[in-house]
Structures are given as C-alpha cells and as structure tokens.
Design a protein around this ligand. Structure first.
Ligand code: FPP
Length: 225
C-alpha cells in the first residue's frame, strides 16, 4: 500500500458547469468552492499531509475583468470566513505563485492567513495563485546563479516554491481535459496522474476516495523494475 503524502489538483470545469446549469461561469466558480471544502474535509480524514490546489494561473489574467474580480472576491471571502476554522483544524495555508501582481487587499489577506496558520501541522494546503511552473523554474535557477549555488536536481527542488515538501504522489485533473497547463512540471515527474471526466463542481467525496484507493494499490517503480 502506497502512503499518500501529497495530492495536487487542477480544479477544471467550473465555467462550463455554470453555463451547463444555465447560469453564469461565476456561478460555477462559487459551486467549485463548495467542492474545495469537501476535498479538504476528506484530506483531513485520510490524514493526507499536503494538498496543492491550482486556484489561479498566470494565464487566468487574460479572462474578462469581471470574472477575475469574482474569483478574487471568492478567495478574499473564503479566507475571511474560514481562517479561524483553518487554525482550529490545525491547517497550514501556503500560497505558491507570484503574489506581487495581486491587489493590496488580496496580498494583505494572504500574508495574514499564512502568518496566522504558520504553526499548524495537520494538513498543509498550498494554494497556487498566479502560479506558472515554467516561471517558477526560471526564477529558481536565476536565484541559484545569483547566489553562486551549484545547480543540481536536489538544489533546484529545495528552492522551488514547494521546497521542504514531498513531490505530489497524485495529480488529479477534473473537467475532461488531458493536459498539465503549466502546473508543477518539475514536481510531477513521478506522480500518478488521474484525469477525471466530471467538471470540478460535480467532483465529490466518493470520486476522491476512489482515486485515493486506486493509487494505494499501484506499483510505483520510479524508473526501476
Ligand atoms: C478552472 O475552471 C478553475 C479556476 C480557474 C478557478 C478555480 C477556483 C475555484 C475552484 C474556487 C475558488 C477556490 C478558492 C480556494 C478560493 P474553468 O473556469 O477554467 O472552467 P472551464 O474549463 O469550464 O472554463
């Protein structure tokens, strides 16, 4: 049985779900947040120590301003309303990505949330915000060169946003699309990938548990036989 230390998720399909329900794309994002809460609950129950969620990519700035504003408001309200609960549940929140592009109110609340949860150690949630994997790798290598460090795989791994975390065992992408979308390209080198047809708001506890159980029985070789 493989232990599960880290699950990463590309939560795709909110917009399509909203339209399918004859409502708006934003209606889908709101429903997507409900799924996030369910998945956090199961991750706690299954004692998974790291959960990384792709919430906003570097490419998402190209969306209509109204949708961007809605997503940022959703994030702000989530952190405002749930922070106390996260602390109570011993959950640590870490933002991965370039936060410099966010408006001040968002920067403030994400910094505050990280600070408030920094001593938690039951589950670490990495929220990927304005995250792009190629930029992460380039920025890391630039930093290493500037500090005259040796460029090795180990040194690169230890200097990515995910330093000091195990690489994801599992990547889940919902929404019936099979691509990585510039997400954790370095860290996913040996992950098991599960592409799920359901749109993110329809993904439920049972779907998640099925994937976790399937993973436990996979023979992982890491290149060996
Ligand atoms: C992709 O669906 C999803 C996003 C870009 C945003 C993900 C956000 C949430 C799940 C809710 C907010 C979460 C937090 C933690 C505050 P899409 O819009 O690309 O869907 P589509 O492929 O149907 O267009």
């Amino acid at each position: 049985m493989n232990p599960i230390k880290h699950v990463a998720i590309i939560m795709d399909g909110n917009g399509r779900w909203g339209i399918k329900k004859k409502k708006s794309r934003n209606y889908g994002h709101k429903a997507g947040l409900k799924t996030v809460e369910k998945i956090i609950k199961i991750s706690l129950k299954k004692k998974i120590p790291y959960l990384t969620l792709f919430a906003f990519s570097t490419e998402n700035w190209k969306r209509p301003q109204e949708e961007i504003n809605f997503l940022l408001k959703l994030l702000e309200n989530f952190l405002k309303n749930k922070l106390e609960d996260l602390v109570k549940q011993n959950i640590k929140l870490k933002i991965i990505g370039n936060r410099s592009k966010f408006p001040n109110n968002i920067k403030k609340i994400i910094n505050y949330s990280e600070e408030k949860t920094k001593n938690s150690n039951r589950l670490q949630i990495n929220l990927a915000l304005n995250y792009g994997s190629k930029s992460e790798i380039v920025d890391t290598i630039k930093k290493l060169i500037k500090n005259k460090k040796n460029i090795t795989q180990k040194v690169i791994s230890h200097n990515l946003y995910t330093s000091n975390m195990p690489d994801p065992d599992i990547l889940i992408r919902t929404g019936n699309t099979k691509r990585l979308s510039n997400f954790l390209l370095w860290q996913l080198a040996y992950s098991e990938i599960f592409f799920e047809k359901k749109l993110w708001p329809d993904f439920n506890e049972n779907d998640y548990s099925l994937i976790l159980n399937k993973f436990k029985n996979i023979k992982r070789n890491f290149g060996k036989i």
